[in-house]
Design a protein around this ligand. Structure first.
Ligand code: GAR
Length: 217
């Protein structure tokens, strides 16, 4: 039974998708804890109502990133997780923290990496005029929003799209590819070779959430 610890900062809809998939698909895994860096993170209530241990490490209580990350790592490690899952966890992590969880920490980012790291990814995509946008699940390295890609989902950019419309379309794909990627990890099917991730036995590590005829630009 693999142990999972999920870190959130807010809504937690990706965390919810993972918790539901873990239970509905009877993964050989258990979500041991959901930890937030903000006491008002809405996702904490969902986790608690599903009998999952919850905790808050409020970054505002720490004088610097090093001490916040040290306290967070101590709490995470008290659950002995096999995998740490960043699910809308909006903190830049120190290299020491990232190294500690090398090969056992995943993140979801709302863009087709390596395009558009950082914030406001949907606005970045609209400004760049790309016709495809999407989401990426990747192993975390010390380079922000960078690392071996486990799965990606692409969505079309349509005429008249706003950042909010794109965000909604992309988020729906995150809820598919993130639980899928976590399940592959739990099943021991992922191998890392530099920036490449191999899935054994293979299956598509991508999703195209296309639109129906007549829609789009
Ligand atoms: C998601 O869109 C996720 O990709 C993004 O925050 C949102 C969290 O939503 N993460 C990042 O931008 C990380 N760089 P959620 O709290 O409902 O899962």
């Amino acid at each position: 039974m693999k142990k999972l610890v999920i870190l959130i900062s807010g809504r937690g809809s990706n965390m919810e998708a993972i918790v539901r998939a873990c239970s509905n698909e009877a993964w050989p895994a258990q979500v041991a804890a959901v930890i937030a860096n903000r006491p008002d993170a809405a996702g904490l209530a969902f986790a608690a109502s599903h009998g999952i241990a919850t905790a808050v490490v409020d970054h505002r209580q720490f004088p610097d990133r090093e001490r916040f990350d040290a306290a967070l790592a101590e709490l995470i490690d008290s659950f002995s997780p096999d995998l740490v899952i960043l699910a809308g966890f909006m903190r830049v992590l120190t290299p020491g923290f990232v190294d500690h969880y090398a090969g056992r920490m995943l993140n979801v980012h709302p863009s087709l990496l390596p395009s558009f790291p950082g914030l406001k990814t949907h606005q970045q995509a609209l400004d760049a005029g790309v016709r495809l946008h999407g989401a990426s699940v990747h192993f975390v390295t010390s380079q922000l929003d960078h690392g071996p890609i486990v799965a990606q989902a692409a969505v079309p950019v349509q005429a008249g799209d706003t950042p909010a419309m794109l965000a909604e379309r992309v988020l729906a794909t995150e809820h598919i590819i993130y639980p899928r990627a976590v399940r592959w990890f739990v099943e021991g099917r992922l191998a890392l070779d530099g920036l490449r991730v191999t899935l054994t036995p293979p299956e598509p590590q991508w999703l195209f959430a296309g639109h129906t005829a007549g829609e789009g630009a």
